[in-house]
Design a protein around this ligand. Sequence first.
Ligand SMILES: Nc1ncnc2c1ncn2[C@@H]1O[C@H](COP(=O)(O)OP(=O)(O)OP(=O)(O)O)[C@@H](O)[C@H]1O
Ligand SMILES: [Mg+2]
Ligand SMILES: [Zn+2]
Length: 293
Amino acid sequence: MSNFYFQNQYQTKISDLSARLRELDSTLELANGVISTDNRWYTGHEKKTVTCELHGDFNQTVLSQEVRGRLHTLESRCPDCVVDEIEAVKNEQKQLLVDRLMDDAGITPRFQHCEFSNYEVVNKAARTNLNACQSYAKSFPELSKKGTGLILIGKCGTGKNHLAVALAKEVIRQHQESVRLTDVMRIIRAVKSTWGKNAERTEADVIDYYASLGLLIIDEVGVQYGSDAEKIILFQIINDRYENMLPTILISNLTMPQLSESIGERLTDRMSEGGGSVLAFNWDSYRQSGVKA
Ligand SMILES: Nc1ncnc2c1ncn2[C@@H]1O[C@H](COP(=O)(O)OP(=O)(O)OP(=O)(O)O)[C@@H](O)[C@H]1O
Ligand SMILES: [Mg+2]
Ligand SMILES: [Zn+2]
């Protein structure tokens, strides 16, 4: 689904950093005076006090071994410097992972700017919904264990997508989970694209992809229901996720009874299990309101 070139770029960098971390682990071991199996071939062991410009005096281990008339030495580094470097590499790795997950989240340019911080609290319900989405993002690890989802329903232009995008970004930033924002038509199209003879992926591959993401956000639910086949596809994905305790967020312009009718009560029931709440957006469009700064 994603850009495989960038996927691979990220993956290569992430594994390079993992290799660097393993190196640093043994560097730290030596810095703490532990001589690992890899360094057992050094017979000369010496200790001296050395000064690090940043951290002051530390106890340095110097290993040495003469091989064919040449002296090989290995000096341990300042332990605090190594710890700092490990921290920096871990941060770099986390940032790469966040970038990769963001690239893959399906956030379109139109919604790129959406954050909790620029969501205007236009009324009391907007405050409630903003708070609910913020705490959902914050508590994602616990909620996700229970498979708790959310339903965002209501009128056009009230910021359902805005909050869903902000939520997706925060789940990625705070918890590095795989998140995908999509809509019903795109899911149906992706599944149908596997029905041709020369399709690269099978229907099961596509359904598995959607059914295995850490968080799936489905927009435009109930908009253009065509065939029963389409209902079945959606049911299968949401149901697979439900059975695997993976959370799903649905966005719709319908009312709750209409939504239940459109996707079936079985699905909305599954959605509300695990304490998932329904956030209603029933005010006038922000698009035409002129409130926009
Ligand atoms: N309360 C708000 N504060 C800031 N921006 C908002 C707010 N509500 C909506 N917007 C902005 O208005 C535009 C439309 O909002 P959005 O697409 O999220 O609405 P929606 O509820 O998903 O509408 P629709 O049902 O038509 O899909 C977006 O650019 C969004 O950032
Ligand atoms: Mg929308
Ligand atoms: Zn130091």
